[in-house]
Write a protein that binds this ligand. Structure first.
Ligand code: NAD
Ligand code: UDP
Length: 325
């Protein structure tokens, strides 16, 4: 299929994942329209695209309807606060962009006969009782807990996506993304990898929540973007788990970050946030068979590629880690 000239919309384009996705689709020959309201995004993430005639940008809140005159090949819906610190600060905006925003972007895709790709999340599994998590697991989510604003918005988004596929025949894909990290994360994003690296580089205490025995599986951004690109181009509707199945305790992550930064920081315990999942690890059998995809970057290698980004921001005096209160 000829790609050159095909036009796609990426919402959340000024964010961490969205901006990497913009770069990848431009490199593949697409024309990209980025949409973002900067609620958690940064202009700097797109600054290198200034003057690129294949990229345009619209500052807009996608919880409101959005129309384009141009033909579109696809709509990739990545707009949403994603860090627990962000979505706990922005609960209503998070529910709106996951529900109204997803509805609006599905409406746009339907009107254009375009593909639709939803950035869903491992959080649809909540605090999982099945481990690792396959796509067939329905999850264990507290709808009235603080994290419910994100988890339930994404679960609604998945249900709405399936309804458009079944009712209107919209060509949809659902990616369930597991913890991903890399350059362009905000120092004050509040997620664990950015917090630990910034704290380590500043010689401040590494804030481990709880006893640090909870696990996560960390995927480097380039691996994730490859999986997302393959999913977009495939005919697989998903949901498809995209993440790195190498699982670490948060205590192990803290030690690895200290080693890789050469830091003298000590580990400090903080209270475990409410409903913090005890384990998380993707079963990626479906991505392996449907997309021939699996991640290739180890945690240590990914940290080595990420630390220079934060080192630069720390040296420029821009960086501060952000903790949950
Ligand atoms: P991010 O906070 O860096 O990026 C989100 C972007 O969406 C920001 O630029 C923000 O300004 C924008 N946005 C939010 N609400 C908006 C609205 N109403 N209108 C327009 N723009 C809006 O987060 P991220 O890590 O890049 O996450 C991107 C997407 O991927 C999110 O949908 C998130 O749920 C999903 N995801 C990410 C991860 C991860 O580990 N990074 C894991 C699972 C799912
Ligand atoms: N965490 C931590 N210290 C921090 C930030 C997070 O110990 O400074 C823990 C958090 O409690 C969770 C894990 O790290 O168990 C991953 O948190 P993150 O906010 O990155 O994302 P989550 O996977 O919970 O959505």
């Amino acid at each position: 299929m000829k790609i050159r000239g095909l036009r796609i919309v990426i919402t959340g384009a000024a964010g961490f994942l969205g901006s990497h996705l913009v770069d990848r689709f431009l490199a593949e020959g697409y024309r990209v329209i980025g949409v973002d309201n900067f609620v958690t995004g940064r202009k700097e993430n797109l600054a290198h695209l200034e003057g690129n005639r294949f990229f345009s940008f619209v500052e807009y809140d996608v919880s409101l309807p959005l129309y384009f005159a141009d033909d579109l090949d696809g709509v990739l819906h990545f707009a949403s606060p994603a860090s627990p610190a962000d979505y706990l600060d922005l609960p209503i905006q998070t529910l709106k962009v996951g529900s109204l925003g997803t509805h609006n972007m599905l409406g746009l895709a339907k009107a254009k006969g375009a593909r639709f790709l939803l950035a869903s999340t491992s959080e649809v599994y909540g605090d999982p009782q099945e481990h690792p998590q396959p796509e067939t697991y329905w999850g264990h989510v507290n709808p009235v807990g603080p994290r419910g604003v994100y988890d339930e918005a994404k679960r609604f988004a998945e249900a709405m996506t399936m309804a458009y596929q079944r009712t209107h025949g919209t060509r949809t894909r659902i990616a369930r993304i597991f913890n991903t990290y890399g350059p362009r994360m905000r120092p004050a994003d509040g997620r664990v990898v950015s917090n630990f690296i910034v704290q380590a580089l500043q010689g401040k205490p590494i804030t481990v929540y709880g006893d640090g025995s909870q696990t996560r599986s960390f995927c480097f951004v380039d691996d994730l973007v490859e999986g997302l690109y393959r999913l977009y181009r495939s005919d697989h509707p998903g949901p498809v788990n995209l993440g790195n199945p190498d699982e670490f305790t948060i205590q192990e992550l803290a030690r690895t970050v200290i080693e890789e930064t050469g830091s003298t920081s000590k580990i400090e315990r903080r209270p475990l946030p409410e409903d913090d999942p005890q384990v998380r690890c993707p079963d990626i059998s479906r991505a392996r068979s449907a997309l021939s995809w699996e991640p290739g970057v180890s945690l240590r290698e990914g940290l080595r590629r990420t630390i220079p980004h934060f080192r630069r921001l720390v040296e420029e005096g821009e960086a501060q880690a952000r903790n949950l209160s």
